[in-house]
Design a protein around this ligand. Sequence first.
Ligand SMILES: [Zn+2]
Length: 143
Amino acid sequence: MREGDCKHYAGLYRAEACDAGVNLRELAGPGDGLALRLPCLKDFRDRAEAKGLPAASCPSYREPTDAEIEADRAEEEALFAESDRKMRLVMPVVAGCRKAHRGEVVDRDCPVCGAEGALRVGIASYNGHARVACKNGCVSFVE
Ligand SMILES: [Zn+2]
């Protein structure tokens, strides 16, 4: 979320309805180059202007306030910190499995939620890549 962009924009994968419920495909109208016909992001508007296309407009366009930008940034930082905390707990378990259980799938106690045997760790025999997931949803990744 940043200045110059609509706070309702949630990505083109949400083209059927942004956070304000606007159908971006309908707003843009028919034709190729959906992003070039949307007013949601400064980047879209700049690219359309560079191609000499008419500016699109949306009745729900709202830029975030400074407070909303700050809250969004703080939320992202908190999410990152939480993810980092979990990885620091889980990676030693994965490293141990990589040494002792290559080519196997083993269940370990999850160091994040503490549930017995909840962390499933699979180590590929050919390259040592790990597939890791807690059945309680704490972590899930491939490395
Ligand atoms: Zn867990």
